[in-house]
Design a protein around this ligand. Structure first.
Ligand code: FE2
Ligand code: FE2
Length: 135
């Protein structure tokens, strides 16, 4: 069983977004597997970097959809994305300067974040975009 199981409850009902979420789940599973295997911090940091980059790209995809279709929750959702990005960049900095290590606590935090965000706030977009003909 993977660290993070993808299932239909995680779907928001918009293909592009669901595919990106699934990729984020895969990336976190890879990071977890590398940690379980005892990989060096530099290897873990490289995977985490890639995951953070992909998250920023993913947030942009969602925000572009919200702008394009005039989603009323845009401002709030953008604020949450910006706060998460800020946290991620701070973490990245700490790993780079060696003041923090990639731990199972961090993995648990990322696990919670990914599940909460995809099954929480992200779910709002499904019915709204579906109504606009976006699936
Ligand atoms: Fe998302
Ligand atoms: Fe989001």
């Amino acid at each position: 069983m993977s660290f993070l199981e993808w299932n239909d409850d995680h779907k928001v009902g918009v293909k592009e977004v669901d595919e990106q979420h699934q990729k984020l789940f895969d990336m976190l599973n890879d990071l977890h597997q590398a940690a379980v295997n005892g990989s060096e911090q530099s290897v873990l940091a490289a995977i985490l970097d890639e995951m953070i980059d992909y998250t920023v790209y993913h947030f942009k995809t969602e925000e572009d959809l919200y702008i394009k279709y005039n989603f009323p929750g845009y401002e709030n959702h953008k604020k949450v994305h910006d706060a998460l990005t800020g946290q991620a960049v701070e973490l990245q900095q700490q790993f780079r300067d060696g003041s923090a290590t990639i731990s199972f606590d961090l993995l648990d935090f990322l696990h919670g974040w990914l599940v909460d965000h995809t099954t929480g706030l992200d779910k709002e977009m499904g019915p709204f975009l579906n109504e606009k003909g976006v699936y």
